[in-house]
Design a binder for this molecule. Structure first.
Ligand code: HSE
Length: 336
């Protein structure tokens, strides 16, 4: 049995869903892959809990859910006040799991790779701004740098582009990549106001902590940038054009509906050209997704048109991508 040591950064919704799945599927990982995961540290904004023998995830979940912060756990554990870079450097581990929203996380991802730790992340800005540096460093070191959950949650669009379509050349991708905006637009079709629909999306845990990133198209823009990096060549978010749904009126939404169409926030990705904006799509189009579904329509030279559609947000749905990557990274590390 191979033991893989994890350092988890972030214990919000996605971090906790990941911890729950690690507990739930313990026997699956053992039986299917011969893997045992030991979480040596968990960091949230209040501090880092670190136990060389491994943290009891049941207890960690109880503390976080009852007290809202890991630093409340002082009875049984030491809580350390470390920056993410210090935690990466000082705490033993094979793999760091970044489920934070830290925009500067690329710095400590680089640090992890430099000192020989693999990285699994659901955090989008590191990829949307530093794709080349991070993936090149990981490749140079022979370490996994995996980010399935950054785009379309656990729906495996990243794996499809990164590991499966290895002979095809992608010609274009059109995609709906943000669940919050789809949710708001579909609610508006039912006569619910923009503000009410946004509040509901926040209650459902779909929207980001600061939902302006969803509404303004930034979240979809990060994801579209990442898809361009994989399908064509590395670019950064600064090179793309983004318009959100803030100025889409109830009247426009209803007019579309009367005409058998629907408005979605669509990302268009071609080599060297990425744009995100509200667009009318026919009701029968694969892009006319509902609720928190995402969809991508890809055109390739060999395969023609390919549609991938599935959950694009949600806690267990996002954790699905994180956990798949943890297993994949662990298998890579073991094989190394
Ligand atoms: N806020 C994002 C969305 C969550 O609405 O799609 C998933 O990245």
């Amino acid at each position: 049995m191979d033991e893989v040591k994890l350092n988890i950064f972030g214990f919000g919704n996605v971090g906790r869903a990941t911890a729950r799945i690690l507990l739930e599927k313990e026997s699956v990982f053992k039986e299917r892959y011969g893997l045992v995961f030991k979480v040596l540290s968990i960091s949230d904004t209040s501090g880092t809990v670190w136990l060389p023998e491994g943290i009891d995830l049941h207890e960690a979940l109880l503390v976080k859910e009852n007290f809202g912060k890991l630093s409340a756990w002082i009875n049984d554990y030491e809580v350390y006040n470390l920056s993410p870079t210090e935690a990466v450097r000082e705490i033993e581990g094979d793999l760091i799991v970044d489920v934070t929203n830290d925009k500067n996380a690329w710095e400590w991802h680089m640090e992890a790779l430099k000192i020989g730790k693999g990285v699994v992340t659901s955090n989008k800005p590191p990829l949307a701004f530093h794709y080349s540096e991070l993936t090149e460093k990981a490749e140079g070191k022979g370490l996994p740098y995996l980010f399935e959950a950054t785009v379309m949650a656990g729906t495996p669009v990243i794996g499809l582009l990164r590991e499966t379509l290895l002979g095809d050349s992608i010609e274009s991708i059109e995609a709906v990549l943000n669940g919050t905006t789809t949710y708001i637009l579909t609610q508006m079709e039912e006569g619910v106001s923009f503000e009410e629909a946004l509040k509901d999306a926040q209650k459902l845990g779909i929207a980001e902590r600061d939902p302006s990133g969803d509404i303004l198209g930034i979240d979809a823009g990060y994801k579209a940038t990442i898809l361009h990096c994989l399908a064509f060549k590395p670019i950064t978010f600064d090179e793309i054009t983004v318009r959100g749904i803030a100025d889409v009126s109830m009247e426009e939404v209803r007019k579309s509906r009367r005409e058998g169409k629907t408005i979605r926030l669509v990302a268009s990705i071609e080599e060297g050209a990425v744009s995100v904006g509200p667009r009318e799509v026919p009701r029968g189009s694969p892009l006319a997704v509902s609720s928190t579904q995402n969809a991508a329509v890809m055109k390739t030279d060999l395969l023609g048109e390919l549609v991938i559609k599935g959950a694009g947000a949600g806690l267990r749905e996002t954790a699905s991508g994180v956990v798949s990557d943890i297993v994949k990274a662990a298998l890579k590390i073991r094989g190394a």
